[in-house]
Design a protein around this ligand. Structure first.
Ligand code: BG6
Length: 495
């Protein structure tokens, strides 16, 4: 692909996100020939630093965190000569004046087609300061080639998300705003769309007539580590369910789009959110479960209780686990539960979507044949295993008619030799090509907050008396098992 010359300004240039994700992604895009011929990456942050030191800091980031391992010396040399550092204070207007001069210089050099990407890789309390000054200094005026990438968290609740949307909308056009949800950039997540809409056998089955329920489970072994300060004001609902898990639910639940236009896809996703059943007080009591970890062991290492983590108060009411039973009230899904769960410090790190099909209407096999009977299941494994498996019944080889569940597996490792790009590679390329399909539109973010606000408020107002209620390294709180067991099922995991 041929991309217009691009200037990428990264606010928060020395921060973790740039070191761990953005710099490795840009370097890998460059290595694979996906960067524009002419580009400049300008990192900004408060501390004084020269270009060379900044380049070295980023190289260390790439060496430690890139999926492709350490940099190739010559490649890094030619990639990094286009990296610059600009010391700036986003609350100080003079910094934006200086930034403008630098940008103008590159624009003159690159030509009139030059596009500019502003990446807000900073704490959300700085979003308004940056957005206001970018507008004030007319740094993002051209709506066709100036884009702004906003990291999560997008708001802390419905009101703050609305406020931020208003602030952005007053200054920029929606087509300039790229709200990141990195789950949408994952290879296996993008493949769900291909799987659903490029295969004809699935659609007739993809509804309440054949599907019993859906499970979306994103479990993590990691605890909050040194992110306690952020996490304690967030919790699993805000940190994971409001964005990543609801987006997965939308991809599973959406109607077939007419085409692959960004707004068409996003309209179809918004329709799912609109159809989701609002929570009554009773729903919150029966269909939601929250958890917080106590100390335990994970992979042979002792893990502290959440309340003993750095920057977490010792009476914290923040949930590190959440499980919710959602309903989508439309023709396709009416009455079909979507069980969603996520949590930290659990026994497994695994992101799985399980579609449980209904049972056969009538059992024709003789007694004994069907002892291992299991209803059909489709399991989409997003990570760490990247696969789609369909569990079907087959006949066990032998003289007797005995049935056995077997897996039909599409496994990335066995099918492809190329490695999948990281989510940030895909998403940064989308920003440079101007494709908003995998980014959150203002209404998507707000409606997802709106849906969850009753749960967030209820959990905040009523402190949990049972916290901590699951041991680090376990499968989570007992009530989360009960939530699904009550309906005759269990949370599915891969062996
Ligand atoms: C982030 C959350 O958005 O997603 C983290 O803030 C979480 O708490 C992470 O660990 C999970 O992402 P991934 O790609 O590792 O599944």
């Amino acid at each position: 692909i041929s991309l217009s010359p691009t200037i990428i300004v990264i606010f928060g240039g020395t921060g973790d996100l740039n070191l761990r994700k953005l710099a490795p992604a840009l370097y890998n895009l460059y290595s694979e020939g996906y960067m524009p011929e002419k580009y400049a990456i300008i990192g900004t942050a408060r501390r004084p630093l020269d270009d060379d030191k900044f380049r070295n800091t980023l190289m260390e980031g790439v060496n430690s965190f890139s999926r492709t391992g350490k940099v190739h010396k010559d490649k890094w040399e030619s990639f990094s000569k286009n990296i610059y550092y600009q010391s700036s204070d986003v609350k100080d207007s003079a910094s934006f004046d200086e930034l403008r001069i630098v940008i103008e210089k590159f624009k003159d050099e690159f030509g009139p087609e030059t596009q500019i990407v502003y990446y807000l890789a900073v704490s959300p309390d700085l979003f308004p300061a940056i957005a206001k000054r970018l507008a004030k200094f007319k740094l993002a005026e051209n709506e066709d080639n100036c884009r702004i990438v906003v990291e999560k968290p997008f708001g802390k609740d419905l009101d703050t998300a609305r406020e931020l949307n208003e602030l952005l909308k007053e200054r920029f056009k929606e087509k300039q705003i790229y709200r990141i949800d990195h789950y949408l950039g994952k290879e296996t997540v993008q493949n769900i769309m291909a799987f659903r809409f490029a295969n004809s056998f699935l659609e007739p089955l993809w509804n309440r007539n054949y599907i019993d329920h859906v499970q979306i489970s994103v479990t993590e072994q990691l605890g909050v580590g040194d992110r306690g300060g952020y996490y304690d004001g967030s919790g699993a609902l805000r940190d994971m369910i409001q964005n990543h898990l609801l987006q997965l639910l939308c991809i599973i639940g959406m109607e077939t789009p007419i085409n692959f236009d960004a707004d068409e896809i996003r309209d179809k996703k918004v329709d799912v959110l609109k159809a989701m059943r609002p929570f009554s007080a009773e729903d919150i009591r029966f269909n939601t479960v929250r958890g917080q970890y106590s100390k335990g062991w994970i992979k042979g290492t002792e893990v502290p209780a959440y309340r003993s983590e750095k920057d977490v108060p010792d009476d914290s009411n923040t949930e590190t686990f959440a499980a919710i039973k959602f309903f989508v009230d439309n023709w396709r899904w009416k009455g079909i539960p979507f069980y969603v769960r996520t949590g930290k410090c659990l026994t497994q790190s695994s992101s799985l979507i399980t579609i449980q099909f209904k049972d056969v209407p009538h059992q024709v096999f003789p007694g004994g044949a069907a002892e291992n009977w299991q209803q059909n299941r489709l399991i989409i494994s997003i990570q760490p295993e990247m696969s789609i498996r369909l569990q079907v019944q087959g006949k066990r080889p032998g003289l007797d008619m005995i049935l056995n569940p077997v897996d039909m597996v599409f496994d990335y490792k066995g099918t492809y030799t190329t490695e999948s790009p990281e989510a940030y590679e895909t998403l940064l390329l989308d920003v440079m090509t101007g494709d908003q399909t995998q980014f959150m539109r203002a209404d998507q973010v707000e409606i997802a907050w709106e849906l969850l606000m009753p749960v967030i408020n209820a959990w905040e107002q009523k402190k949990s008396l049972s916290f901590p209620n699951y041991t680090a390294g376990s499968v989570g709180p007992e009530n989360a098992e009960a939530l699904i067991a009550r309906d005759g099922f269990h949370w599915f995991t891969l062996p």
